[in-house]
Ligand binder design. Structure first.
Ligand code: 5AD
Ligand code: SF4
Length: 457
């Protein structure tokens, strides 16, 4: 292997949520700006980064396994820099360095803006054959720096990302302290970006061909919650309205909202903002009030149901998806059945089911009544069956309907076809010659194979 001294390469693998993807993009943008090229080849890369997710243990283990494997390639390229970044690694730097001796850099979410300079300095040092200086960067807490046009610069370089749809971070952090969740420890308190910055970023994206933006935030509807209510509308709804006015922007989505702070103004927004897509990912977590309380989720089942009903009356074709945790400490069979009943009642379009995984330092990890793996798996399996049955029925019901899809690119399974998504966020496959990538086209859904829809233009 040879090192390209003029244009070294960086490989970034991301695990976890869209927030993590967005963070990776920002880091990648800095490498691009610093003269690096992005590569898909972990074996060839001079800087190898993994952005991990700590929310669930499985993702964490997967990321660590991958890093161990990548580090084993180091013999071929002794200059290479290996870094782990992400919410999980923050508190565990020392342990990780012991576990994976070849690891150079560990950074938490609060110092992403430094990843580039640290890795670059290290690589240059090695290139120059200098004795390696202190390599290890522990977790520092500092402010997140927004890179205003990172997204624009990087979009063309990331192969897996559709160029007509973009994520835009509008707020970061969370102060809810759900008892199972590690996010508040890793991403800090809530901070919202100024609306003018967001508007500028979206306008720039639209200028480069973006048609759809997904606004990201840990609790996205708490955006700007310190700001005044104007004519009955909070800062988040006012932001949606302002974005709605941007010419050329066709679709808006947001993720993830929380029942807390989900006021009437946001419910109403679904009735008068046509660019707001007919889909909401609305984490329920549990159908049992007792468990919600133990989870420190400050709403009850009734409130969650009321919100779903209100949104559906504002937007009758609204697709609702959710997150559910099974096997939370103390969850009885009765509690679990309440969750299952809630799934049937809401008729979710889809649900991500998570087996509770204890995260170190969170209150739930210390709670009595931890559920054994076998039971968690059984509940997961049983619930998945119900979720899938409902999801497939809802997809089947779309056969024969007309939908508008945003054509995003080639189908992942068949390059001779194109894939787009409906307003409800359902993937639809069409024939290649039928439409241009990056356009909105009306289709008739002619077939459904469970989770994939086929459309005719
Ligand atoms: N165990 C299992 N699932 C979790 N989630 C968050 N923390 C945990 C945990 N410790 C799930 C929640 C959240 C989603 C992103 O991950 O359902 O909504
Ligand atoms: Fe975690 Fe709860 Fe905040 Fe979501 S709302 S990030 S689950 S603490």
């Amino acid at each position: 292997m040879k090192l390209d001294r003029i244009m070294p390469s960086v490989y970034i693998k991301t695990y976890g949520c869209q927030m993590n993807e967005r963070d990776s993009e920002q880091v990648a943008a800095m490498f691009l700006a610093g003269g690096y090229r992005l590569t898909d080849s972990d074996a060839q890369a001079d800087v190898v980064l993994i952005n991990t997710c700590s929310v669930r243990e499985k993702a964490e283990l997967k990321a660590l396994g991958k890093m161990g494997m990548l580090c084993s390639q180091a013999e071929e390229k002794p200059w290479a820099v290996f870094g782990l970044m992400g919410c999980m690694v923050q508190s565990r730097a020392r342990e990780l360095f012991e576990e994976i001796p070849r690891l150079d850099v560990v950074t938490g979410t609060h110092c992403y803006h430094r990843v580039f300079s640290i890795c670059d300095a290290l690589l240059k040092q090695r290139m120059a054959n200098l004795p390696p200086a202190p390599l290890r960067e522990g977790a520092h807490i500092s402010q997140v720096e927004d890179l205003p046009d990172a997204h624009t610069r990087i979009r063309d370089h990331l192969p897996a990302r559709s160029s007509c749809s973009a994520f835009v971070s509008i707020m970061q952090g969370c102060e809810m302290h759900c008892s199972y969740c590690i996010v508040p420890f890793t991403r800090g308190g809530e901070r919202s970006r100024p609306a003018t910055d967001i508007m500028d970023e979206v306008k720039r994206l639209v200028d480069t061909g973006v048609k759809e933006v997904t606004l990201l935030g840990q609790i996205v509807n708490r955006y700007g919650r310190d700001e005044a209510i104007v004519d009955g509308r909070g800062a988040f709804v006012r932001l949606l309205e302002a974005l709605h006015d941007i010419e050329g922007l066709e679709r808006m989505r947001f993720t993830s909202p929380h029942p807390i702070g989900f006021h009437d103004d946001l419910v109403r927004a679904f009735s008068y903002l046509p660019k707001l897509c007919s889909h909401i990912h609305f984490p329920m977590q549990s159908g049992s009030d007792r468990i919600l309380k133990l989870m420190r989720r400050p709403y009850r089942q009734e409130k969650y149901m009321e919100l779903c009903a209100a949104m559906r009356s504002a937007r009758p074709d609204l697709a609702i998806t959710t997150d559910i945790i099974v096997g939370f400490p103390g969850e009885t069979q009765e509690d679990y059945l309440l969750t299952k009943a809630a799934v049937k009642k809401v008729e979710f379009d889809n649900a991500f089911i998570f087996q509770y995984s204890p995260r170190r330092g969170t209150p739930a990890a210390e709670m009595p009544g931890q559920i054994c793996l076998r039971e968690k798996e059984a509940r997961n399996h049983d619930l998945l069956e119900t979720v899938n049955r409902i999801a497939i029925a809802r997809n089947n019901a779309l056969v024969g309907t007309r939908q508008t899809i945003l054509v995003e690119g080639p189908s992942k399974t068949n390059p001779n076809r194109l894939q787009g998504r409906t307003s409800q966020n359902k993937p639809v496959i069409i024939e290649k010659g039928d439409a241009q990538i990056g356009t909105l086209v009306p289709v008739t859904i002619c077939e459904c194979t469970g989770f994939t829809l086929y459309g005719a233009v």
